[in-house]
Design a protein around this ligand. Structure first.
Ligand SMILES: Nc1nc2c(c(=O)[nH]1)N[C@H]1C(S)=C(S)[C@@H](COP(=O)(O)OP(=O)(O)OC[C@H]3O[C@@H](n4cnc5c(=O)[nH]c(N)nc54)[C@H](O)[C@@H]3O)O[C@H]1N2
Ligand SMILES: Nc1nc2c(c(=O)[nH]1)N[C@H]1C(S)=C(S)[C@@H](COP(=O)(O)OP(=O)(O)OC[C@H]3O[C@@H](n4cnc5c(=O)[nH]c(N)nc54)[C@H](O)[C@@H]3O)O[C@H]1N2
Ligand code: SF4
Ligand SMILES: [Mo]
Length: 699
């Protein structure tokens, strides 16, 4: 039972908006009362339904409090910590000895605090010596990161505070359904529009977000790149690009322009389904406004051309001269609670803390010296998330999972699940069982959000503090402690012996000093004083960097790069056999794999099942009505859904959320096709056919 203090300022456990919350005592029950923190300048007191109900995760009846191992018949049995840890460490060591260090895999998360993400990366490289660590951010932010790095030389989701939205005259929101995924963000759009601004939304569905837009572009799935190129074509043709800005602040316009000139409006209308008049309207608004911005979400990014699609939007905003100007620019909306920090501190197969690169000698040396190891001992670049899952039970024999439910969240599950099930060792560290732990050999119960300290970096690049509000139940340990416990047994305990999260943060600061994501000037005390600190923050007296790119970009010459990008087909396009687009996304009430929210009564009852959104015309053809059962079949699997007939979706497209596992998993249908640069799977597009369960007719 938790013993809350009164009105502690902390943050919601879920998404990257990291709403400020106040937690205090609930006199009527055993759970802390939660309210929105009116003084946190991002949510201003607002919360979404998940935030309001988040205290339900504390003191939850399904909370696991004892380590678990499998008995002789494969059932869970409770174990002492020592027994479980000895078992895991011995297995890891024996796999390493027999099959090499890279045969142990690690899977991290954008849900982990900066301290945990940092220590997990160090654990993989120093305690296990494996190259094979990656994380669920590869499924989330990898394409946005790839394009921002290529264009700007650095990747911070939003290079400005969300409050800047309020004064943007025009905002184009592409492939983001913020009304459901970042609900308190809508206040900023509402204020923006109250100030006379305009909101444009591009999505294949008329979402609750799109309903609030002044202009809605109902784009064909997988054609955002053509859409962005088409807008730039019109801007060039109408002479509304900013030649001065292009000359002063960018490289590569001529090559990008040459490609874009093939995207005349008739072609773009054919590819995207967006009319020429809408195209002209959208780009005129963006170009002629004093301030305008483009913000992207997963709809534009989770494609096998995600990096190039994001770069196409950046090209547009660079050509219009908006990036780095007041209340203007380009940004991408990070998803997970610590999706930003989680990608900065070395969970990615190719990165070390601070966005340093594991293949660059100087970077290896900088980090190795902080870790007190020989740079030559650090492994090289490992496999990306999907590629790692795809070699499980092949060259990789074990997986250590901290903060992800891959058995629901990974694409192409029909292929991945058997490999996950056949592992020699699967370890899950979590507060709750989920679909992944069903296949695990060991379950290590850990503290959750309000039971521990740490920092997270929100979608603005603002580093904030998570505080201990509730006393953890007896039994679980912190993730940081678990990593120490295992490192100790693997002979490197001294490198993981930290007194507290803050103590880990002190090392993280040193490991990022001089790196792109420089945290060296941030401290817990400064975060407290300033309502968060925006990185880069390079010294004690540096207040941090709320706005980037105002003077220069992060490439050595200070300029931003255009990149010539061409529309190309998706991994699979609709065909005679599989004639429809299938795309996936989220409900307001559920969070990601649903592992946390499906156990919260209020949320579960609001959305009991995934529903297949289908246009009335298509529904009629298949004699499907709301509530009837329908199967969706891709080249990989068949899934049965309950239909929801809605005119809000394109007639050639079906949509389902991915919050459920087992036979209801949308990811049985998605493919393993990856973006060549970011290795991001194509979650937002699969070719499918449907059949009403009643008559079996297909089409
Ligand atoms: N309620 C809730 N909130 C969340 C989460 C959650 O699970 N539930 N998860 C958090 C996380 S981790 C993330 S990453 C964010 C995600 O936040 P969003 O990116 O807003 O969420 P999605 O629903 O995945 O996708 C957004 C939209 O993309 C559209 N889309 C599909 N294909 C295309 C396309 O080809 N082009 C375009 N332009 N649009 C397309 C979909 O119709 C959908 O409306 O949300 C965060 N917040
Ligand atoms: N089809 C389809 N698939 C998708 C997507 C999509 O749009 N469509 N979106 C993708 C995206 S953007 C994302 S981010 C992924 C997310 O999907 P997952 O990677 O599965 O993420 P979550 O569901 O948030 O799982 C988090 C798990 O970590 C646990 N957890 C939370 N905090 C901690 C902690 O501090 N320590 C430990 N040890 N455990 C913790 C939770 O209890 C939960 O079991 O899904 C991806 N999959
Ligand atoms: S918007 Fe995100 S951070 Fe805010 S309450 Fe909802 S889930 Fe929590
Ligand atoms: Mo995400």
């Amino acid at each position: 039972m938790s013993q809350p203090e009164l009105a502690v300022r902390t943050h919601c456990p879920y998404c990257a908006f990291q709403c400020g919350i106040l937690m205090g005592e609930d006199l009527g029950g055993d759970r802390p009362r939660i309210s929105g923190d009116p003084h946190f300048p991002v949510n201003n007191g607002q919360l979404c339904v998940k935030g309001w109900s988040s205290a339900a995760l504390l003191g939850h009846p399904q909370r696991v409090t004892v380590p678990q191992l499998r008995d002789g018949r494969g059932r869970w049995r409770p174990a002492e910590w020592d027994e479980a840890l000895d078992f895991v460490a011995a297995k890891l060591a024996s796999i390493r000895e027999r099959c090499g260090a890279d045969a142990n895999g690690v899977f991290g998360s954008g849900a982990l605090t900066n301290e945990k993400a940092y220590l997990l990366g160090k654990f993989a490289r120093v305690a296990l010596g494996t190259a094979n660590i990656d994380y669920n951010g590869r499924f989330c932010m990898a394409s946005a990161a790839g394009a921002q790095n290529r264009a700007f030389g650095i990747d911070r989701g939003l290079p400005f505070p969300v409050a800047d939205v309020e004064r943007a005259e025009v905002v184009l929101l592409v492939g983001a359904n913020t009304a459901d995924t970042l609900p308190p963000m809508m206040q900023w759009f509402d204020r923006q529009r109250a100030n006379g601004g305009r909101l444009v939304v591009a999505d294949p569905r008329r979402t609750p977000t799109a309903r609030r837009a002044d202009l809605f572009l109902q784009v064909t799935p997988g054609t955002d790149l053509a859409l962005a190129n088409g807008l730039l074509y019109i801007a060039i043709e109408e002479h509304i690009v900013d030649g001065r800005y292009i000359a002063d602040r960018t490289n590569g316009f001529a090559a990008a322009r040459a490609v874009v000139l093939q995207y005349h409006p008739a072609r773009v209308e054919r590819l995207t389904g967006v009319s020429e008049s809408q195209l002209r309207q959208a780009v005129r608004w963006l170009a002629t406004a004093r301030s305008s911005m483009v913000l992207t979400g997963r709809g534009t990014e989770q494609h096998s051309k995600g990096v190039d699609s994001v770069h196409a939007w950046i090209n547009l905003m660079l050509a219009l001269g908006k990036v780095g100007k007041p209340h203007s620019g380009f940004g991408t909306l990070t998803g997970q609670g610590n999706g930003q920090g989680g990608r900065e501190h070395g969970q990615k197969a190719d990165q070390l803390p601070g966005y340093r690169l594991i293949e660059v000698d100087a970077h290896r040396e900088a980090v190795a010296s902080v870790w007190g190891v020989d740079a030559a001992s650090l492994p090289r670049k490992g496999k990306s998330a999907y590629e790692l899952l795809d070699v499980l039970s092949g060259e990789v024999k074990s997986l250590f999972v901290m903060g992800s439910n891959v058995a629901v969240a990974a694409p192409n599950l029909a292929r991945i699940l058997p490999k996950l099930q056949a592992l020699e060792l699967l370890v899950v560290c979590d507060a709750f069982h989920n679909e992944t732990s069903e296949h695990a050999h060991v379950f290590l119960p850990v503290y959750q959000w309000a039971e521990e300290e740490g920092t997270l970096t929100n979608l603005e690049g603002r580093v904030i503090r998570r505080r201990t509000v509730a006393r953890p139940p007896t039994g679980p340990r912190s993730d940081l402690r678990v990593l120490y416990d295992l490192a100790l047994r693997l002979g490197v305990g001294d490198k993981f012996a930290f007194r507290s999260a803050e103590h880990v943060f002190d090392e993280l600061k040193r490991a990022t000093a001089g790196a792109p994501a420089d945290y060296s000037g941030i401290s817990y005390a400064k975060i407290e004083r300033q309502d968060g600190v925006f990185w880069p923050c390079r010294s004690e007296d540096d207040p941090g960097t709320p706005r980037m790119f105002t003077e220069r970009f992060h490439h050595p010459d200070g300029r931003a790069n255009f990149f010539a990008v061409e529309h190309r087909e998706a991994g699979e396009e609709p065909s005679a056999e599989f004639p429809l687009f299938f795309t996936t996304g989220r409900y307001k009430e559920h969070y990601n794999s649903g592992a946390q929210t499906r156990g919260v009564g209020k949320l579960a009852n609001a959305q009991l099942l995934p529903r297949l959104e289908i246009h009335p015309r298509l529904a009629r053809r298949h004699r499907v009505s709301t509530g009837s059962r329908v199967t969706v079949e891709s080249r990989r699997a068949k899934v049965e859904f309950v239909a929801e007939v809605t005119a809000d979706i394109r007639p050639d497209t079906l949509f389902a959320p991915f919050h459920w596992g087992g036979r209801q998993a949308a990811n049985l249908l998605t493919s393993g096709v990856l973006d060549p640069t970011s290795r991001m799977p194509e979650f937002k597009l699969a070719a499918v056919r449907i059949a009403s369960v009643r008559d079996g007719a297909q089409g």
